[in-house]
Design a binder for this molecule. Structure first.
Ligand SMILES: Cc1cc2nc3c(=O)[nH]c(=O)nc-3n(C[C@H](O)[C@H](O)[C@H](O)COP(=O)(O)OP(=O)(O)OC[C@H]3O[C@@H](n4cnc5c(N)ncnc54)[C@H](O)[C@@H]3O)c2cc1C
Length: 433
């Protein structure tokens, strides 16, 4: 077979793209190093949005989904206290569900099977080492001395884009590695829990699910800035942390950070009786959109994490939705290019335009200043303690005379390290969240 398109990487981005291409009669080869597909993949993971409907109308019924999110918790953890906002949205309990909890190993394998059913040639267990070039244009993939050619190569290799780095196709200034200041590391553990206990513990009925995200103000003697999360699966919990790499020092150990999260009294009681059955870590891009690699060029397009499309602000992390959407938009461009017989950079530029007109680039542009708050050490080192101390003092009803809530909160914030002016300044920054 002489393919029209080769896709490197069968994560959610690559497989979604492949399905759409095959549904439109484009001969597609999808290559992944994982065997089985999905075995290398990792997310928290809640998939937000309904973009998959475009290619698999009943995906929310057919896919291996763990639970439908109707409850979200957002919290601040200090040394041993927690202030947690508990959101229960009954409207989320309707189809199409806005967010679904899933386990990537199962989900990605299923998605790649849908690609195969649609007619994609799926090659698993193969790591692409090199791209093939002719007159500066990407013309295929190269393994040792063999070249598999296609007019379009779509790069969906995820957060550690070794091919882009190898061929100097990342943002300006990056040579053989990304700037660590533009990356976070995500740690994830799956804790098995009896289904009945899980449903009683988290007050879940049927397939309902819960997503919790927490600012970790409970990492002692360290500058590490991290957030923790847990998501309910059918009979397990996905639990983990996202750590800004540039806040880590050589003495810091990522496995200790996740232990701080798991051992916090608020979290520990939720894990009681559970058994750890999976453990993994993966990079998460968190770069300014101006540093994203060029999404397209002569003979190629870049989708998903490889293109930098992940957003996280401590209380939200999303990347799968951007991966799927960018994959579908790249497929549209490839279909159009085949119709016109034009695979030049000029022709594939319509992918960049489609991205700019979609929620993908609109989100990144609107939320461009989010780091002003998410990399603000006070968000982790001052406010969780101030908030917890303040509310504890206000809510401890021992009959002693007390001040009003605002006075107590301000006093505790000051004691934790944020005076009125700092609070006002950070209050302004918080608008970027
Ligand atoms: C701890 C953690 C929690 C997260 N939580 C969430 C969440 O709750 N919600 C959310 O939306 N996002 C979340 N994300 C982000 C999300 O995981 C990514 O945005 C998403 O996986 C991107 O999909 P992708 O298809 O672009 O890349 P990936 O899923 O990384 O897939 C890339 C694929 O390419 C393959 N590959 C790589 N290199 C090669 C090569 N050279 N040759 C062949 N194959 C190759 C890999 O095997 C893999 O299958 C989280 C990430 C982490 C680390």
């Amino acid at each position: 077979m002489k393919p029209d398109v080769i896709i490197i990487g069968a994560g959610v981005a690559g497989s979604s793209c492949a399905i759409k291409l095959a549904q439109n009669g484009i001969k597609t080869v999808l290559i992944d190093r994982g065997m089985p597909i999905g075995s290398k993949n990792l997310s928290g993971g809640v998939l937000w949005g309904n973009d998959l409907e475009e290619i698999i109308p009943n995906w929310q019924e057919e896919a291996p989904i763990e639970r439908y999110i109707i409850n979200k918790k957002v919290g601040f953890l200090s040394e041993s206290d927690a202030t947690v906002l508990d959101f229960h949205f009954d409207s989320w309990n309707n189809k199409p569900y806005p967010g679904v909890a899933l386990l990537r190993a199962k989900f990605d394998e299923w998605l790649a099977q849908q690609a195969e059913k649609a007619g994609v040639v799926v090659l698993s267990g193969i790591t692409v080492d090199e791209l093939a070039f002719e007159n500066g244009a990407v013309v295929g993939v190269k393994q040792e001395d063999e070249i598999l050619t296609a007019p379009i190569v779509i790069i969906a290799e995820g957060a550690n884009p070794r091919l882009l780095l190898k061929h100097g196709m990342t943002y300006r200034g990056a040579e053989d590695r990304y700037d660590y200041r533009d990356m976070a590391i995500g740690l994830k553990e799956v804790i098995k829990l009896d289904q009945k206990i899980l449903e009683e513990r988290f007050l879940l009925e049927g397939n309902q699910g819960l997503a919790g995200e927490f600012i970790m103000g409970n990492i002692p003697d360290s500058d590490v800035l991290a957030g923790g999360f847990f998501y309910t699966n059918k009979a397990s919990l996905s639990i983990g942390c996202v750590v800004h790499l540039d806040s880590m020092r050589t003495k810091d150990r990522v496995y200790e950070i996740i232990e701080h999260f798991k051992n916090h009294p608020y979290i520990a009681r939720l894990l009681k009786g559970g058994e750890s059955i999976e453990y993994g870590a993966k990079l998460i891009p968190e770069m300014d959109y101006k540093k994203f690699p060029a999404p397209s060029g002569d003979g190629f397009m870049v989708i998903g994490d490889a293109a930098g499309f992940v957003f996280s602000n401590g209380i939200m992390i999303q990347g799968m939705n951007y991966g799927i959407k960018s994959g579908l938009l790249a497929a549209d461009t490839a279909i159009e290019a085949k119709q016109n017989g034009d695979y030049t950079a000029k022709s594939l530029k319509s992918y960049d335009k489609a991205l700019n007109n979609s929620y993908v680039m609109k989100d990144f542009k609107k939320l461009k200043n989010v780091k002003k708050m998410t990399k603000n050490p006070r968000l982790f080192k001052v406010y969780p303690k101030g908030i917890n101390d303040g509310f504890r003092n206000y809510l401890t009803e021992t009959g002693d005379p007390k001040d009003n809530m605002m006075k107590i909160l301000l006093k505790n914030m000051k004691e934790s390290g944020a005076g009125l002016f700092t609070l006002m300044r950070d209050g302004l920054r918080a608008r970027h969240l």
